[in-house]
Design a binder for this molecule. Structure first.
Ligand SMILES: C[S@@+](CC[C@H](N)C(=O)[O-])C[C@H]1O[C@@H](n2cnc3c(N)ncnc32)[C@H](O)[C@@H]1O
Length: 261
């Protein structure tokens, strides 16, 4: 392999979209050979199949395009928000084949990026630590990258050991809200005071923002909303909406004012 390959997200879902879409197209073709009922049922069936084929093939195509093109652009935009100086130690939670790990390492000539993952094949095609390390080598940043097999709910790092934390399209894979809250608590624990976190995901943005607020993060912002986002959200019923939540861990713990004295 000579070019980095960041895989296809949710490959099983993409396969299903293409299979169902192609099946609908095939059924439409059968009309040409007279395998169809006459009017009005034939017209109704054709309309339905056109809708199914358009939606399924469109969604499959959109997901492949996002994995192959859009997310490479998104990573630059997201990492920009961390305002890295070049010497930081950065953690990527759910790094997969190393998209954000490599993007951050390129901006850290004197720093380091640690990527953690449990390498679930259903979440990303050919997901493995070797794939992430191969991409880091092909992008010329291997010496500043480390990957570890670690669950995001239990990070094996000391408190305050990273200057910044990133996570891209990973935390929604925890289906239980309490477990997602545990992942956020772990991200907060390992982050140094003053450090930034950027969490991009396909859903749960309001939950993440509330979770960060509850942990005492400040400067909480939603970033990445755009026309493209709104369109993606509309065609996919809100489930593939690529926005991120950005927050900062305060340098000193936030004081809570007790108005009752
Ligand atoms: C859709 S992939 C995204 C990977 C990468 N961040 C990217 O954007 O290309 C989601 C990743 O989350 C990982 N993941 C799922 N549950 C995890 C967990 N409990 N701990 C760590 N990683 C997990 C999966 O193995 C997968 O690599």
């Amino acid at each position: 392999m000579t070019r980095p390959d960041y895989g296809i997200d949710a490959p099983g879902l993409v396969r299903t979209f293409f299979l169902v879409g192609s099946g609908a197209l095939l059924l439409l073709l059968l009309a040409a050979f007279g395998f169809w009922p006459g009017r009005p049922w034939g017209v109704l069936l054709a309309g339905l199949l056109v809708l199914v084929a358009t939606y399924m093939l469109g969604m499959g195509g959109f997901m492949v395009y996002y994995s192959r093109v859009t997310k490479l652009r998104d990573r630059e935009r997201l990492i920009e928000h961390l305002s890295l100086s070049g010497r930081e130690r950065v953690l990527d939670v759910g790094c997969g084949r190393g998209l954000m790990v490599v993007g951050a390492a390129k901006r850290l000539p004197d720093g380091k990026v640690v990527g953690i993952d449990i390498w679930q094949a259903e979440d990303q095609s050919a997901n493995s630590p070797d794939a992430a390390l191969t991409n880091a080598r092909l992008e010329g940043v291997a010496e500043r990258v480390e990957v570890q097999t670690v669950d995001m709910r239990q990070l094996p790092f000391p408190d305050q050991s990273f200057d910044a934390v990133v996570s891209h399209w990973a935390i929604h894979n925890l289906y239980n809200a309490n477990e997602r809250a545990t992942a956020l608590t772990e991200m907060h624990r390992v982050l140094k005071p003053g450090g930034r976190v950027i969490l991009a995901d396909i859903e749960h943005h309001a939950e993440y923002a509330a979770g960060f607020a509850g942990l005492g993060f400040t400067d909480i912002q939603h970033v990445g909303a755009s026309l493209k986002t709104a369109f993606s959200s509309a065609v996919s019923f809100g489930s593939f909406c690529p926005t991120a939540v950005l927050a900062r861990k305060p340098v000193a713990p936030q004081l809570t004012i007790n108005r009752n004295g």
